[in-house]
Structure formats: C-alpha cells, structure tokens
Design a protein around this ligand. Sequence first.
Ligand SMILES: NC(=O)C1=CN([C@@H]2O[C@H](COP(=O)(O)OP(=O)(O)OC[C@H]3O[C@@H](n4cnc5c(N)ncnc54)[C@H](OP(=O)(O)O)[C@@H]3O)[C@@H](O)[C@H]2O)C=CC1
Ligand SMILES: CC(=O)C(=O)O
Ligand SMILES: [Mg+2]
Length: 765
Amino acid sequence: MIPETNMETDKKSLRDEALAYHAEGRPGKIEVIPTKPYSTQKDLSLAYSPGVAEPCLEIEKNPDNAYKYTDKGNLVAVISNGTAVLGLGDIGAQAGKPVMEGKGLLFKTFADIDVFDIEVDTKDTEKFIETVKNISVTFGGINLEDIKAPECFVIEERLKEELSIPVMHDDQHGTAIISAAALLNALEITGKKIGKVKVVVNGAGAAAVSCAKLYIALGVEPKNMVMCDSKGVLSVRRKDLNPTKARFATSRDVNTLEEAVKGADVFLGLSVADVLTSEMVQSMAKNPIVFALANPNPEIRYEVAHAARPDIIFATGRSDYPNQVNNVLGFPYIFRGALDVRATKINEEMKIAAVRALAELTKEPVPDMVAAAYNDNNITFGREYLIPKALDPRLITRISMAVAKAAIESGVARKTITDWDAYSQELENRMGRDDKLMRSIRSMARTATPRRLVFSEGDSLNTIKAAIHLLSDGIATPILIGSRSKIHALLDEHKLSLDDKYILDFRSDEEEPRRQRYATLLYSKMSRKGINHAEALKYMMQRDWFTLMMVASGDADTSLLGFGHSYIQSLEPVRQVFSLQPSNRLATMQIVTTKRGPMFFADTAVIPSPSAEDLAEIALMAAKTVRRFGIEPVIAMLSYSNFGTDEEPLALKVTKAVEILHNQYPELLVEGEMKADIALDRESRVHLYPFNKLGDREVNTFIFPNLSAANISYKLVEMLGGAEINGPILMGLSRANVHLVSETASVRTLINLGMIAAAEATPAK
Ligand SMILES: NC(=O)C1=CN([C@@H]2O[C@H](COP(=O)(O)OP(=O)(O)OC[C@H]3O[C@@H](n4cnc5c(N)ncnc54)[C@H](OP(=O)(O)O)[C@@H]3O)[C@@H](O)[C@H]2O)C=CC1
Ligand SMILES: CC(=O)C(=O)O
Ligand SMILES: [Mg+2]
C-alpha cells in the first residue's frame, strides 16, 4: 500500500505540474489553425471578401454544401454546463472548460476531429437545449459532456429527436460502451455467465444509468442488478426516486451499499471517490470484478482493492493503473465513424458494434509501439489487460470502421462506404501513419496459397506473435523452428494460440529422417568444400543450417534467419547453400518510411568498403528490388561532394560508379556523385546542376559510398527523424528466399520483414 505521506506529496506535485502545464506558453490546450494559404493578397481575397461570398451562396442554395465548403463535416462541439464535471460535481460552466478543452485535444489527437469547446452558463434545461439547437448548424456532431442526471437524459433525448446530426452524451454512452467491452472480457476471463452475474451499480447518474441499460441489453438480468445513489440502494420502498431511478429499483431487502455488495460478482462505480471499502470487496463473490470508475479518484484505490482480494479483476478510469476504463477509448472513434458516413444519429447498433470491436481487439497481440509507450512487453489479454490501451493506434481503424458499418447497415448513414480498404487507409492517413508501400507489399504477399515462411528463431516470443499475425492476416504459413515445449510454454504463458502443425521441433527424434534428408542435400552441395556427411548431419542440429536446408529442399518457400552480433558472418551459410546472381555480390536495402514517402537505402549491412564496381552493382540490385515493389527507382549516388567538386578517392569512386551505370544502363535514372541535400532538394539540384539526368524528379533510392555512411544514416533518420525502418532486405541471391533479422527484432519488424519475404518469394518447386 502507498503510505499516506507519499500520497500527499504525489498529489501536490501532480497539482503543481498540472497547473504549470495548463498555464505555460499560450494558456490552455487548443488553438485554431488555418488550413488554406493566407499569405498573399490573392489568398485573402479568396479566404475572405470578396471570394468567400461564393461558397456562402452555394450553401444558401443547398445546405448540404456546408459539408463541401466548410469544416462542418469534421467539426464537433463539446458542450457542457459544468454540472457534473468528472467526479468534481457542479463546479460551473467556466470551471469545466479545462476538461472540455481536454476532450478537444483527445478528439484531435486520436481521431483528427476538430472541436470547439462550448461552455453554456445555464442550468435551465430548456435554455440549454435551445442554445445547442441554435448553434448546431456549425457542427457535424454534438458531444454533450459532464451534464448531470437527470437533466442530461432529457437534454440528450430532445436534441437527438430535434437535430439531424449525431448527438451523444459521452458520459452516458462513451462510458457504457467501454465498460461493457471490459465487462464482457472480464466475464470471459473468470468464466462467469452474463445472465447469472450479480451486479451492483454505485451511482445513479448519467454514466451509471447508461451503463446499466447497456449491460442489460447485453444479457445481465435486471433482477440481478442493484443500483445505489448517494442515499443508498434504489429500492421499491423508496418514495424519492425520479422515473429514471425508479426503473432500477429493487425489491430485495437491501438498503446500503455494504449490504448490496455481499456476494456480488460485479461492482460498477460511477459515483465518488473512496466509497467502497476493503471489507466490502472482501464480501464479494469469488473472482470479483470491480470497476471503480469515478474520476479523478476511484471508489476504491488500486492498492487497497488488490490487498483486499488477490483474485480481483480491477479497473479504474485512470491512466496510471492497468485497465483504464475511460470513455477516451470511445468518443473520438465513435464520432469519427459517424461523421465519415454522415450519420444522422448514433444508434444502439453503432454502440454495440463499438463494444464488440473493443472487446475483440483486446485479444490480439499488441503492436510494439504500444508495448514501448507503456514500457511493458507483457501486454496480453488477461486480468491486467481487459481493454485496449488508450495509445493503441489500431483503435481508430477498428472502432470507427465498426461504427461506420453499423450506421450504414442500420440505415442512419447519409453517405455510404463501399471500399473498406480505402477507408481503412484514409483513417490511417489521418493519423499520419500512412504507409502505402507496406500496404502494397502486404497485398502482394496475400496470395491464394500463402508462402511457407520458416523462422529460425521460432521459440522466441516476438517470433511467435509475428507468426500468429502473419497467419491470421493470410500473409504467410509460418513454420516455427524450435523446441516444441518451449513454444507451448510461451503460448500458454501469454495466452496465445497457434496450432501445433506450425511448430517444427528440429532436434526431436521424430525429425531424424528430415535431418538425414537435409544433410544429404547439404553434403551434395558442400562435399568438395571439405564437409563429409557426418558433419553435414551435425549441422542439422543448428537452427540456421536446418532452416536454410528447409528452404533449399523446397519444404519452405522463404525464411527469416535470426542473426546474433554479426550480419556479415551470419551470411556465410547462406553463401554456401544458395547460388548468387551473376554479379556474385550480396547487399542489403532498408525501406525507410519518412514523411516524404518511402525511401530506399543501400547497402546497409554487407559490403564495408565497396569499390566503384560494387557500388554500381548495389545500385542495380536496389533498382531491381524497388521496381518489384511497383516503384520506379530514381537513384542518387551519395557522396560528400557534388558532381566533381572534390577529387579525393572516396568521391572519385562514386563518380566512376555513376559512369559505369550511365554507360551500361543508360535507361536507369541515376545521378551523382551528389550530397544528400542536393539529392533531396529538387529545386537546388535543377538550378545548380541543370545537366543532371534526374531533372526535378523526387529521389527515392540512395546508394551510400560505404557501409558506415549507410548504416549510420538510416539509424539517424530513425532515431532523430522518426522514420520507420523496414528491412534489411537481402539482395543478390538468385532466388530471394532468405532474409536475416536480428534475434532481438521487435514484433513489428518481424511482421514487416515477414511480409516482404513472402512478397518476394517465389514458391519452391
Ligand atoms: N471512467 C469514465 O470513463 C467515466 C467516469 N465518470 C465518473 O462517474 C462519476 C459520475 O459521473 P456522472 O454520471 O456524469 O455524474 P452524475 O452527476 O450524473 O451522477 C453522479 C451520481 O453519483 C451518485 N453519488 C454521489 N455520491 C454518492 C455516494 N456516496 N454513493 C453512491 N452514489 C453517489 C449521485 O447520487 P444522487 O443521484 O443521489 O445525487 C449520482 O447518481 C464521476 O466521478 C465521473 O468522473 C463519468 C463518465 C465517464
Ligand atoms: C471521463 C469522463 O468523461 C468523466 O469522468 O466525466
Ligand atoms: Mg465526462
């Protein structure tokens, strides 16, 4: 348990930090940024008078044109009167503004939706409704926030009826959707049946009522639910209940929360801090599910709850503990989906679709960037991971697509989507994660008969996760080389599932015939290189040799071979087993995904000090590989000098490589020697070197003068420039069926290289 004194210090430092965060620089958290040019007189005459009159008149003729000429379709109002701000209660409209700005920040960062936060200073329901109605034409959607019950119910119902844009009270439905997804997963983990569980809901306000309704819609029996407000259990004996509360009144003989939670399976808190005691949690049924969702402080603290019951499944609304059940997982993506199909409302079908999408997503392996963001390599479906993490980049595609589909199917969409792949890409583009090249490589890899891809490091967790992904995505049929028992232990520990047929325990007795066969093949290749059959058989106990022979024998189409400390040394067995292209060189290329699109860097791993001839061959191999990905290579031969400005051997070597290429491959778009800035700055290149063969084309392929320069450069752009690196792609084999990958590679690297390997491979005969 955290000692009280530490808690006080933590509270104070959080307070200081939070106040400084909001006050520093431009006060607050959001600003408005123009999206059109505005620097010239011409720009201003279009943006404002006189040009602006034209879109005005078009909208006057047809109001739908507002979606065409204004930001309406991507603009949501976050509107509050400050009567139920977090769990702080009725602190007034203006005091709630930091929360509303915060919602704006979340809408923008998670779903690229622009927001105006609007604080309406009235508690009069009618006046509030009228205000929202009067300003609603500005917006594509209305997110009601932190408005207390029961007024919030009337407000939302009326606005839904009277407006034809989506209106959602986030505290009600956002919370209901997220907590329902967490509940479904918690029930699955504990093996409890939704129709049987006893549920206590503490709080009878906006969030609690809406959650209770959704739980019932999903299968909780109303007779198994007890709800409490600030005065205790809502019972049929109470005379002070409004109609909303009366709907949940129980006839059971319980009056206090303490009595109600005895033997309960689920506690859902949407009330105030610290109302659930350790003793109450101890009195709950086996494997109690406790969602203490009051913000900023939950109904019971994490440490206290866990100390009370080791078998607890526990969630809060906070980001600093596992299982954050917070509506941030919902509202950005729900509105994104609704806006994209111009839905007239957010209906039950759309909400349930979001619940299912969230619950399902939790069961998939998390991307590495999520593990990195939370500094936790062990995020797998289970007690501590009931619901996706807020920083999971897959949320936008999964939830928004599910919501948009449900809107179309349930008939509330005014725009339809037919190309779902394109929509998925559009969603990723919004978040700056566009990676068309990897997408197209993925499509190339997804053939009718997925390539058999053998992993030499099959008993590492990252490889197992990557293999499961590639299999389920239809990209490859994985073969995991490794100890069967170790792989099973990892699968069990991380609650992953993979059929046994994808595991090959290469050292086991049952694989002896296969080892013999591969040894005979290796012997036939290497008998004149000093290897006898007995030695070849010994090699088959080594995973890299075994893997290579699997490909060489045709039992697999392609492979990812793990390497330890040296890429160059690990290439030796590859050179022994496979034939090379006539140039007789191997080299590697990295795909470097930058904000300017994909770029290709070579050679990043094999030839330390290439000659002019080597450089010309590296450029040719790179050109061939880039073309295979459907991109026309435009090649810069890089140096520290430009077109003969220096006569040092290092510069002259590159000049000579360019000469070779110009003489022997006149059709190839290659130039140099040139510095990196001239390669990237088209204008200067054309201006300063008008004779250059590339003209003003965008360079996409960079051949470095030596291995150090290439290797250092791609790591710098990765670490400093935020580029994503995919590779290394091994070039120069007569059949591209081996790629080497670091034994410590991340799941994402393995998936992407697996995809490249599968796309490049030709099936073994
Ligand atoms: N994690 C998440 O995503 C979300 C969390 N929340 C949290 O849920 C809480 C409620 O929010 P919201 O529904 O919008 O607010 P409301 O004002 O609409 O409802 C508050 C409810 O809490 C009840 N309550 C107050 N004190 C107690 C108590 N001691 N015991 C039992 N019930 C009590 C009130 O009872 P009465 O009716 O008698 O006044 C009321 O029913 C807040 O803490 C909020 O931060 C809300 C939305 C999302
Ligand atoms: C999360 C949220 O919306 C609330 O606590 O009110
Ligand atoms: Mg709220």
